[in-house]
Ligand binder design. Structure first.
Ligand code: C2E
Ligand code: MG
Ligand code: MG
Length: 651
């Protein structure tokens, strides 16, 4: 009985691994499946070995049948020795170099040939006792060519060692050692069993290595998204990093559910997750329908990534089209109708996205850089367009702009109705890039807020504008103050107050010469610091304007509680003034703000009719293309001087 203990242990261990993986549903993806396959092979080998031990050579008191004995031994050889090429396949998949097996090259033959030779050997063995035979008494004997089995095992182990060592840099050190242990354990076990045949540790060694592989290396929870049921974002990072590291080309289908936040809000977490799960499952199913091997990942924030092998471009394109049509259909969960809006993009790596780090930013940004379309967008077709290049390079362009000091401040004149003069200007930043010319702040400010570059930009704006106010021609122009836009990121900067005060002191500029424009969204992030900054600066004599009033949520409470001097009506007010209902809202908003002693500035006034309507309504300031576009410093001063002196009529 003692001799089967090792096998029993092996079976229990392999069964545990198998059950663990199945119960926790880590059954997706080729790598997982190969581990499952190896576990199953180990269990069968263990069972055959137990059978062989009980009825075979070593326990003579049990009755044995020579034919059954022969058949079970044959299967044992075939199945046990299949674990090594299966492990080799696992390594190709794990290291992300599965593509090397394609095109029937050397890698393919190295996997296939030795096992085929062994299979032929086993077939021949049925007729001539080449590898082993079982005598009439049911006793097992080694045949003259038993060495074939060892040679084949040695070939596989050598390849396993070489592959593991070759790609060691793509995995963590601990993983590398674990992978290496497969070869070492199995080699020791084979040698041990060769020397002492009754020591049946071979299967146990196999079971141990798959246990280690499955727990320490595979760590399925790292690569499976338990909520969505696809592979996870982490899995995507690991696999793609490896793909770039080993030079494996892929097709990458990216799907961004653009309304994912709205869905999350609308559906509640549970149904939202169910919708994601359904979508993930559909993608996996689509791959199967068109017979395409896919790895489907959920990357969070509504982004799915589907990776296929490079030579399956046409099928991947078909899959992309299926995805687009799936996205157009609505479906219901718990009687709630769900409609997904999505952008779908097909890229080739590394052709279209050269490095792993560009891939990372692309995955986060692609929905912003590609134009809205209701069909699949092929990245290579838009890659060369100026617009795409600029958007995708925006972080670098900003960095370059900061290094080379290529930001410029422009000023848009602000007309005071009461004074019938231009009393101020809004400082608006421009970025001039050698390659792309002037880039709109509407584009680079959000990107800079995202990357953190906004602080450098904000510092530049403050210093440049304050220096300008200090200049003699500013004082001579009769301008009272300049409006400076503060971004959300600046508003929540604890050191903002000291920074502004420091600069004003440095250039001897009075607080009354600066009016800071903020938007309501600043308060969404950190109302406490935002309010502290506003009140501290206000107490020092700085004034504030509430920018973009009328967009987003116009928070009356904040208008009431914060010391805004001016409320700036967004251009959307102007654009919709011909709608009678909107006009009612405008008239009453003006009324309300006046009674709160707020001044009103109307932005985006482009023609005389609009100007007259808002002046008649009692608005205090007007800004817009009707008077002037934002101008360079010198031109701005010239404009103000000419108009304020009455040399040029402005109304
Ligand atoms: P904003 O603060 O609401 O600025 C007004 C925008 O409306 C400016 O766009 C201006 O050129 C434009 N505009 C003014 N009059 C008219 C008009 O009659 N018709 C039309 N169609 N547009 C008009 P710009 O300069 O492209 O700036 C866009 C946004 O970028 C600004 O909106 C502001 O949020 C941000 N921004 C600009 N400069 C800075 C800055 O120095 N710092 C920060 N943090 N943000 C800035
Ligand atoms: Mg503004
Ligand atoms: Mg505005």
């Amino acid at each position: 009985m003692r001799i089967i203990n090792f096998d029993i242990c092996a079976i229990v261990l392999a069964l545990t691994v198998l059950l663990y993986l199945v119960i926790r549903r880590y059954t997706k993806g080729r790598t997982n499946r190969l581990i499952l396959l190896i576990a199953a092979l180990v269990i069968i080998s263990g069972l055959l070995d137990v059978y062989d031990s009980l009825f075979g050579t070593y326990v003579e008191q049990l009755p044995s049948n020579a034919t059954v004995q022969f058949v079970s031994n044959t299967f044992f050889y075939l199945i046990r020795n299949l674990t090594t090429p299966a492990y080799l396949l696992f390594l190709y998949s794990y290291f992300g170099v599965w593509y090397l097996l394609k095109n029937k090259g050397i890698h393919f033959w190295v996997v296939v040939v030795p096992y085929t030779v062994m299979t032929i050997g086993m077939i021949v063995n049925c007729f001539h006792p080449l590898i082993f035979y079982v005598d009439a008494g049911g006793v097992y004997h080694r045949g003259p060519a038993i060495v074939i089995i060892y040679v084949i095992a040695a070939i596989y182990l050598t390849v396993i060692f070489s592959i593991t060592i070759h790609y060691r840099n793509t995995v963590r050190k601990a993983e590398f050692l674990m992978l290496l242990s497969f070869g070492v354990f199995n080699m020791i076990a084979v040698i041990a069993q060769r020397i002492k045949p009754e020591m049946r540790v071979e299967v146990l060694a196999l079971a141990l290595t798959i246990f280690m592989t499955a727990t320490a290396i595979q760590r399925p929870e790292e690569v499976v998204d338990a909520v969505v049921g696809t592979l996870s974002q982490n899995g995507f990072f690991i696999d793609m990093r490896r793909a770039y590291a080993v030079g494996r080309p892929t097709n990458l289908l990216l799907v961004k559910i653009t309304n994912h936040r709205a869905l999350r809000l609308n559906l509640g977490l549970e149904i939202y997750n169910a919708a994601l799960q359904r979508t993930g499952a559909k993608f996996i199913q689509m791959g199967k329908i068109i017979n395409l091997y896919t790895d489907v990942y959920y990357n969070g924030r509504g982004v799915f990534a589907i990776v296929t092998e490079a030579d399956k471009y046409d099928q991947t394109l078909d899959m992309g089209r299926l995805v687009v049509s799936y996205m157009k259909e609505s479906f219901t969960i718990n009687n709630l109708e769900i409609r997904l809006d999505a952008k779908v993009c097909l890229a080739r790596t590394p052709n279209d996205i050269q490095s792993y780090s560009s891939l990372m930013s692309f995955v986060n940004m692609f929905h912003r850089t590609i134009p809205p379309m209701d069909k699949i967008i092929i990245l290579s077709e838009i890659l060369d367009s100026q617009d795409y290049r600029m958007k995708s390079e925006i972080d670098n362009i900003i960095k370059r702009g900061i290094e080379e000091n290529s930001f410029r401040m422009f000023y848009q004149p602000i007309y005071s109705v009461k004074d019938d003069k231009f009393v101020s200007g809004e400082a608006l930043i421009r970025l001039f890039d050698e390659e792309y010319g002037y880039i709109s702040p509407a584009l680079f400010i959000p990107a800079a807020e995202n990357s953190g570059a906004i602080h450098d930009i904000g510092d530049f704006v403050l210093e440049d504008v304050i220096r300008f106010i200090r200049r003699g021609d500013f004082a001579g122009s009769g301008l009272k103050y300049i409006e400076i836009n503060l971004s959300v990121a600046q508003c929540i900067e604890p050191g903002l107050t000291d920074k502004i005060k420091g600069l004003a002191d440095k250039y001897s500029v009075k607080p009354s010469q600066i009016n800071l424009e903020i938007t309501e969204t600043a308060a969404d992030y950190d109302p406490k610091i935002t309010d502290e900054n506003i009140f501290r600066l206000w107490n020092m004599g700085y004034k504030f304007s509430l920018d973009d009033y009328g967009t987003g949520y116009s928070n009356i409470k904040r208008v009431v509680s914060l010391p805004f001097d001016i409320v700036k009506f967004d251009k959307s007010f102007v654009d919709e003034m011909d709608d009678p209902k909107m006009w009612i809202a405008i008239v009453n908003t003006v009324n309300m703000l006046k009674r709160m002693n707020k001044k009103i500035l109307v932005e985006g006034v482009e023609d005389k009719r609009t100007l007259d309507r808002f002046i008649d309504l009692g608005c205090d300031y007007i800004q817009g293309f009707y008077f002037s576009k934002p101008l360079e410093q010198a031109e701005f001063i010239k404009f103000v001087n000419e108009h304020n002196s009455g040399r040029v009529s402005h109304l």
